[in-house]
Every structure is written in C-alpha cells, then in structure tokens.
Design a protein around this ligand. Sequence first.
Ligand SMILES: Nc1nc2c(ncn2[C@@H]2O[C@H](COP(=O)(O)OP(=O)(O)OP(=O)(O)O)[C@@H](O)[C@H]2O)c(=O)[nH]1
Ligand SMILES: [Mg+2]
Length: 362
Amino acid sequence: MSDRHCQGCGAKIQTTEPDSFGFIPERVLQEGAVLCQRCFRINHYGRDDMGPVTASDSLASIQAGMEWSTGVCLVVDLLDFEAGLPPQLLGLMRGKDLVLAVNKVDLIPKTTPLKEVEGWVKSRLDYYGLPGVKAVLVSAANGYGFPDLADQLLTLGNNVLFVGITNVGKSSVLQRLLQMRIGGGHRKKIDPTISPYPGTTVNVSRWSCPGGLVLADSPGFVPKGRISDMVSPDLALDIIPHKSLSSHLYPVQEGDMVYIKGLCAIECIASSSQGLLIGFTGSGAQWKKSSSRQLDKWLQKGTQDASIGQWEEHVVSLQPRQDLVVSGLGWVSARKAPYRLKLHIPEGAEFTVRPNLIGPKK
Ligand SMILES: Nc1nc2c(ncn2[C@@H]2O[C@H](COP(=O)(O)OP(=O)(O)OP(=O)(O)O)[C@@H](O)[C@H]2O)c(=O)[nH]1
Ligand SMILES: [Mg+2]
C-alpha cells in the first residue's frame, strides 16, 4: 500500500485490487506512474469499466474538502441548472465564500444572448434563496468567461475547492484554469481526469501554485432523480448534451403528446388551438410528437433500457414562456397558449417548472 493518490482522480493508490479505484500494477508504480489504471484507460481509450464513485464516499470526500477550504467554487451545468443546487450540498457550503461557475454555455444557441442568460441565472438564484452570489457564465469547452472566473476565484482565499453534482464539468473547469496558469502555474504535470461518464473524480485532489494558491478538485455530489443516472452508461452518453442542443417545435393540442422513446411522455390534457411546445434535448435523444393513444407503444413498450421499472404520472400547468424540465433529460417550453399536461416519467425522476431559458424572455 502507498500513501500516494492518483493525480487524475484523487483515488488512494493501491497495487492489490485491479477492480478497485486507485489500482496501479506494482511494476508500473516502481517505474514512477502517478495515474491509476482507470484514469489511464479513460484518457487513452475513453472507457471507464469500473463505474462511478458511490454517493456516500463522494459525500465524505466533499465534507473533508470543505473543512480544508477557505472558499468554494460551485460548478453547475446551465442546461440542468436546478439539479445543480441540491439542498444537502448547499447546506455543506453554508458560511463559505462562494463563486458560482455556470458551465457549458457553449451549448446555448447563438440566438439567445448570454447577457439575457445572465439575467435568467440571477433571477433563478433569487428564487433559490441565493441572492448576491457572484455567478460567472463559463464554457470549459471554449474558454468563455475564464478571465472573469479567475478574478473572482482570487477573492476566495488560498484553498479553493471545486464542488458540484457529478458531470457538470468541475474537473474540466479546473483543468482550464490550470492551463491558464492561474496563481503562476502548477507544478504537477498531470491534469484532472475528465470523462463523459458521471462519477469520474473519486477523491479530493490538489494542485499547488507557486504564489500559494491551492486549487482542489472534488468528486461529484450524486444528485437524486436525474434520468441520465437511472439508465445504462451507453444510453446516458446519448442523452447528455455534448456538442449542441437540439430543438423541435410542434403545434400541440388536446389528445396529442410529445415523448422521448422509452424515457418520458407529456400528454396534452387541455390547451387552446394556437399552442406550441418546443422540445429541447442533447444531441442523441429527441422529442417527437404522436397521439396520446400511442402512449403505451412509445413509453412502456418502447423502453430499451432495462434499468427503468415503474412509471409515475404528474399533472402540470405550464404557462407560455415556461419550461417543464425533466432532470437529466431535457425540457419542453410552452409558447402562445397555456397548457395542462400529464407528465409520465420513470419513478423517482425529478421535474421542475421554470421561466424559459432559451428564446425571448417575458
Ligand atoms: N459542451 C461542453 N461540455 C463540457 C464542458 N465542460 C465539461 N464538459 C463535458 O462534460 C463531461 C464531464 O466533465 P468532467 O470535467 O469530467 O465533469 P466533473 O464534474 O468533473 O464530473 P465528475 O468527476 O464525474 O463529478 C465531459 O464529457 C466534458 O467534456 C463545457 O463547457 N461544454
Ligand atoms: Mg471530475
């Protein structure tokens, strides 16, 4: 056993259990390896055969990191903003100086100005009882917003912890800051491990900069009710937005439904004839339109993923310019007329109604 930690994911290095986190073969360790076998495989082959860190291990690491930190950078995914603010995680950060990095803004269509998105974020923070929190829109994919984020992080003291739910891009944001040579650069040659699978980082992992600033990555807090966590890893990869959002606009009246095969259906119970629904998702899944009579065909019988068992129904009112968000899947946005909808989702999946993110605001 060794006291060393993998520089990519933070796991404690061990040489005895190939199927556990932190494994490095003894011979490779002797040769000076600093990356565990899992991180090596993620970086070189894009595969993680070991699966995610558990919710309880992740929570324990975040708590330890929180005690160490002088300030916190909470990273959220703009497209699943509501899921990124779980009360338990916010509770752990109480009393800490906080900067919010709203990541993945590259996925927003160019027709929605980012100034408008900034106003939307501010009003959502007020709604969640977080007024006055400094929020910076960023994209770890294209570098947008990073000079501003770097300035804000310098207000958090010397020990800055990056936290957030799984897969929002904490390690990607940290990697970009390290590449910018924030705090004068870093001494380690290895960057944090990044992968499209949730649960990649398994322990707190620190990067010391010459000026005294220490930046620390942490494992993702495992959220409840995200559909992308309920399905197989392959299907999750399809439904998590990576490159761009896809949107489809449908005139929807009573008796119609929009659905994503095997994952979600939204029936129209009542609306006036001019109503429109726009469905937004990541590139691999799509909202389509059908008749409510086809519900069984596209929902239960259409399920390709064995992990989904029971279904739940919820009646939801949606006003024009409101989004009905299904966590970890996408959302539909109403235009021109109010709707009364019946939402069918897998048992335990979370949903929210919010002011529209994309398109002209009220
Ligand atoms: N489009 C886009 N994708 C991003 C961005 N930032 C991160 N990603 C992608 O999001 C996925 C997760 O990124 P990570 O940095 O591993 O996320 P994390 O929050 O550290 O995840 P865990 O360690 O699992 O909690 C990867 O596929 C990244 O390439 C971004 O700004 N835009
Ligand atoms: Mg990570």
